[in-house]
Write a new protein. Structure first.
Length: 271
């Protein structure tokens, strides 16, 4: 029996990358999944975002593990869309136990419309997390069975990295901001047995990081590239490395762990 047998997890940004990895890894531990993703392009994001076909692939991979999954397209900037996705998932799967606020964008160096790039990354990476918690926390409280929430932050949520572009500044500000949200929710939800934590990955081998635009940005600003090296001899982590940490955080193995900022960063923040 897996660590998460009988649990239901709501995951944003689940079409690919870390989100898909989390869905598959939690399903391997017995969880059923409610998966959402925008599956569309945001104009200020200079690399290709997830597609409906990506979300369909996540569905196939979870179902191949003989777990149930309810998938839909929803923009985390749209609270109503998230509330509908949560309600539909709970109606079909019966409950909600785990929330992974994972959706995010990284328009680093996107300077064509600086104000738009800053606003979009804050809207997705900070307001989108707030919306996710607003849509899910009341369900956990009403059930009365506790629960676990994990917000995906970044090493940029613990250190001032991201360069001097508006998109990079917005990214760093938003990733710091979700730490404040986490601590606030940990305080208010703790008495109901609901745990809230953040994870802080270093660079991860996903399409958000490994794309032509990101490589060009790093090459053009060697000071940023130099500041983003890990202490351990690994250039990037794999998405499953973050998923494994999340499995621990949402399982009973971490039943008294709440309000923490957990780096999964090959020693990046120890430098």
């Amino acid at each position: 029996m897996g660590k998460l047998e009988g649990k239901v997890a709501f995951i944003t940004g689940a079409a690919r990358g870390q989100g898909r990895s989390h869905a598959v890894r939690l399903a391997q531990e017995g969880a059923d999944i409610v998966a959402v993703d925008i599956c569309a392009q945001i104009d200020s994001v200079p690399y290709p975002m997830a597609t409906p076909e990506d979300l369909e692939q996540t569905v196939r991979e979870v179902e191949a593990l003989d777990r149930r999954i309810v998938a839909s397209r929803a923009d985390v900037r749209d609270l109503g869309a998230l509330e509908r996705a949560v309600a539909d998932g709970v109606a079909q799967l019966g409950r909600l136990d785990i929330v992974l606020a994972n959706a995010g964008i990284a328009p680093m160096g996107a300077d064509d419309d600086p104000a738009r790039a800053f606003a979009d990354v804050v809207d997705v990476n900070l307001t989108g997390v707030w919306n996710t918690l607003r849509a899910t926390a009341p369900v956990l409280v009403e059930q009365g069975d506790g629960g676990a929430i994990v917000i995906t932050s970044s090493t940029a949520g613990l250190k001032g990295i991201g360069g001097d572009s508006p998109g990079g500044q917005g990214y760093t500000a938003a990733k710091h901001g979700v730490v404040g949200l986490m601590r606030s929710y940990a305080m208010t939800l703790g008495p109901q047995g609901i745990r809230v934590n953040t994870v802080h990955p270093t660079g991860v081998n996903t399409p958000m990081v490994v794309n032509d635009f990101m490589q060009k940005w790093l090459a053009e600003d060697p000071t940023v590239a130099g500041a983003m090296t890990n202490l351990m001899p690994v250039e990037m982590l794999e998405a499953v490395d973050i998923s494994n940490a999340i499995v621990w955080l949402v399982s009973d193995d971490a039943r008294y762990v709440t309000g923490v900022t957990l780096p999964v960063d090959a020693g990046f923040t120890a430098k």
